[in-house]
Design a protein around this ligand. Sequence first.
Ligand code: IFM
Length: 470
Amino acid sequence: MSLNTSNTPLCNRRIMLQALGLTVALPSMPAFADKNLARFSDGFVWGVAASAPQTESRAGRGRSNWDTFADTAGAIEDGSTNSLCTEFDQRYPDDLALLADAGIKAFRFSISWPRIQPDGPGTPNVAGLAFYDRLVDAMLERGIAPWPTIFHWDVPVWAGDFRNREIAQHLADYAAIVAGKLGDRVHNWIVLNEPNSVALQGYGTGVHAPGLRSAKAVFAAIHHQNLGQGLALQAMRAALPAGRRIGTTINVAPVRPEGDRVENEAAARLLDTMWNKAFLDPLYGKGYPSSLTPMLSSFVQGGDLAVIATKPDFLGVNYYTRIYARAAGTAFGVTRGEPPANLPRTAYFHVEPDGLIEVLMRLHDDYDAPDLFVTETGFALDDPPPLDGVVEDRERIGYLASYLSAAHAAQKQGARLKGLFYWSATDNWEWGKGFTKKFGLIHVDMISQKRTPKRSLAYYANCIRHNAVT
Ligand code: IFM
């Protein structure tokens, strides 16, 4: 089945998105008169996001779980590996210059754990820390606030995996080292990225590292990531100067039943519990959902839930699309179903801007109205090749406008939304999909490593200038 929507006329998509109650400006249309712009609150943080294992090369770091996975025949869709990615570790000055020119105010990147502790726990790699030192300084020099994520999925091989409880303390020790080194200049931190993706896709469906397919391993990975999150947050608070903010990021998705089969409704409730509530509920002091207790009880020790409930200063939300659930004879009784056929689709996910309002309001209503940042949202498209120094990605602009409008609508409805980071700064290595999915505001030719800005970067720059959806 083709996921390409490039044949859908822009005007049809605009009508469809307007039907969802969202204001959409497509690039071919004149911008709203200034007074009508949907403005965000003052101080709204406009950023871009990326991660070390998707952009940095392997040079100068230890081996990771994702190296092992990527080197396994057949694991990566296009047969690529992560050995070079976008060579961000060498080329970051060029990337930062393009982002600074566009007025990007914040860069969410991740620290590579195997670069800091290549061979084992304890003493860190001086050269690895020095690299992030330079990177942070390079951002600050260009007026870009660094927003590091401590753990964006790359585990050093020596640390094992999340079936084992010890990894939680290893993660906290590593987090404290990084916070101690960069905390004088870095004001905002994110501990984990999407522990739900790691648990379900890495330990359940096996499409991500470490490639396991085991229900028991999923529950171990849920609990040991939650525990590592709490321990790391405590260790970082102790290592950082006062006033620093530490959040954590979860990929929060509304889960809907596929079609109208009644058994899919229970499947959707179960998937919502595992995907969203297994992480959010204990983080906000509600403990684990009771339906999961039997599967988690062998992993939970006295005091764990109090550690996990260490409250972050903000919650990072990655939102791309809703998830559809279908009842199935799998170990979990549920599998991922198909979205309604009429939804527009990018080259990867389908497009549901109103789901972002749903997510942000749910977090506001159910989890103590936390400060929220959309730490990722973005669109993989089959972009045209660069022509005369630019990539004309008009479709991305339309989708981005609709998601920004949704974020704005949630802010108007009371969600304490403080910023948004587009995924991703550049095209990069999309895990098991290799280089086939291109999310960037900047095109990267993966052979020559040449960077070319896309039209969407200029669009995003314009939104930043007006602090509004334009
Ligand atoms: O590329 C990923 C990122 O690493 C985590 N969130 C989803 C993105 C797109 O699939």
